[in-house]
Design a protein around this ligand. Structure first.
Ligand SMILES: [Zn+2]
Ligand SMILES: [Zn+2]
Length: 520
């Protein structure tokens, strides 16, 4: 059989022949690259002259972790990888022709295969890719010339907007429900303000949706920036946008995105707190503690108001303009006022702060724009690369499921991205610490009062027998998209053992980008 013909398709077949063991490996490894799995070389048989007579190449997920037989459970330090996959190709030396023939072949895998963008990270492919990378000019290639960029910038009123690239549009489509906009890059007068639109992907990593270099921070400028940002996004507006406290920005947002919830970034509030009240208290004062509690801790408005009043009185802050101004817009930053707002668990623009140091130095004068955008592109590429690494790890390693016998955890591990799975597993753990204090049965609606066995606030979970829906007074699901321990306790009580599909937010799943370019 002529293997060069068969190699065109690249799929191994029984009876296929190779001139050498090395040829067979190369062929199988190329096939593995195309499919998205990593090859491991297994046993080798040699005859008395040292000639290889047979060899097996397997998927690296072959085998399972040995069960520990003993009294003490070994400490698990690394995530398990093996799934007992049976995919393999066995070659045997055929004495007649002295060629290696495919003698045993299994093509099916029992696990998810890597996506095309990640296959170069697989151990058996790493070497060859490094060479390819060098030839292609590396990761941070810029897709346009200096002239093109100049022309592009001239056509824009703001001259320096960078939105609407295909990749950013796709990111926005999947993760643009909650965004942050931050202009804090202006650290001195010479620097012009740079606004960056940023969000979270399914691994809770930074995704950049767009950037704008602005001349000033007037209402009109912000209107233009937000308007231009939404334009290529087919007018799809985010549910929530988090920003620094700025009157012009707030005015522009209320015109351009009137239905979007405008929240204030807690990081900036804390910074302003230090700026305005830093001199007002001594080292051991409880003022920052009380203020922090008002921002994050209280879930009930009455409780918030009580502590706020006590704080203002105790520290003689009745006439502090900054603080009373902040109180007037408490619906934009206090936990108790934002309970039902969808934030994907994001409260601050701080995630974009980490971009700060890398970008800031490149933002000096007009003539640096080309370099600036070149640099910026590299940052965007780098963030995308981080996501690919997370996607690779997700397929390479199995999640550490604490309790393998628990259907809901197994379901969650198969459904959620690893980061979100960990968050879910924590809530599940919490649910086992919950007790049901009371239960009130009506025909369809059942109301449960739930509390931790060792105390803490009481929650009311309303369960609907008809549509199996659940609503908890802590509102964690409405806010972050992950079911809370209270709701999970009720699900367990009524016998629901897997996560109902209505409670799985697609943006948190392994398949968040399915049907996108990521799909295989
Ligand atoms: Zn496999
Ligand atoms: Zn709850």
């Amino acid at each position: 059989m002529d293997c060069s013909k068969l190699a065109e398709d690249g799929t191994p077949e029984l009876g296929m022949e190779f001139n050498s063991e090395e040829d067979a490996y190369k062929f199988y490894n190329k096939y593995a690259f195309k499919m998205g799995f990593s090859v491991r070389k297994y046993y080798l048989n040699k005859d008395k002259d040292g000639v290889t007579t047979s060899r097996r190449y397997s998927c690296c997920k072959e085998g399972v972790k040995r069960k520990y037989k003993g009294d003490v459970m070994p400490k698990r330090t690394r995530a398990p990888m093996k799934t007992g996959c049976g995919a393999k190709m066995v070659i045997v030396l055929f004495r007649g022709t002295m060629k290696y023939r495919v003698h045993d072949l299994v093509l099916e895998h029992n696990h998810e295969l890597h996506i095309a963008q990640c296959t170069h990270m697989m151990p058996s492919q790493r070497k060859s890719h490094e060479l390819m990378g060098k030839e292609a000019g590396g990761m941070g290639n810029v897709g346009y010339t200096r002239e093109e960029l100049k022309r592009y910038l001239r056509t824009r009123r703001e001259r320096s907007l960078k939105y609407g690239e295909a990749g950013m549009l796709i990111d926005y489509k999947f993760f643009g429900d909650v965004i942050t906009f931050d202009t804090t890059y202006k650290t001195n007068k010479e620097y012009r303000p740079l606004g960056v639109f940023v969000g979270f992907n399914q691994h809770r990593q930074i995704v950049i949706f767009g950037v704008a270099l602005m001349y000033d921070e007037t209402i009109d400028s912000f209107k233009c920036v937000f308007g231009t940002f939404l334009e290529p996004m087919c007018g799809k507006r985010p549910s929530t946008i988090l920003t620094d406290q700025d009157l012009a920005m707030a005015a522009a947002l209320s015109v351009v995105m009137p239905k979007t919830f405008h929240g204030l970034c807690t990081f900036h509030i804390k910074r302003n707190f230090m700026k305005h009240l830093g001199n007002h208290y001594k080292e051991n004062s409880d003022l920052p503690y009380m203020f922090g509690a008002c921002m994050y801790e209280f879930e009930e408005v009455e409780q918030f108001n009580r502590v706020w009043e006590t704080m203002v009185k105790k520290h003689n802050l009745e006439n502090n303009e900054w603080l009373s101004g902040l109180y007037r817009i408490r619906d934009k930053w206090a936990t108790c006022m934002m309970k039902e707002r969808w934030t994907a668990g994001m409260r601050s623009t701080q995630l974009s702060e980490s971009l700060n140091t890398t970008i800031k130095n490149n933002l000096k004068l007009d003539h640096d724009l080309v370099q600036f955008f070149r640099h910026f592109n590299r940052v965007v590429d780098e963030k995308r690369h981080n996501e690919l690494i997370a996607e690779y790890e997700m397929r390479q390693k199995l999640p550490m499921v604490g309790l393998r016998q628990t259907p809901m955890l197994v379901h969650a591990s198969e459904t959620y991205s690893p980061t979100v799975f960990v968050a879910f597993q924590n809530e599940y753990g919490e649910s086992t610490a919950m007790v049901i204090l009371r239960q009130q049965d009506a025909a369809i609606i059942v109301e449960f009062a739930v509390m931790r066995y060792d105390g803490g606030p009481e929650r009311i979970v309303v369960f609907n027998r008809n549509d199996l829906s659940v609503r908890c007074s802590c509102k964690k699901y409405e806010n972050e998209g992950i079911l809370c321990g209270h709701a999970l306790k009720v699900f367990d009580t009524v016998g629901i053992k897997i996560i109902p599909p209505e409670y799985i937010k697609r943006r948190w799943t392994k398949r968040a980008r399915a049907r996108d370019c990521f799909d295989r």
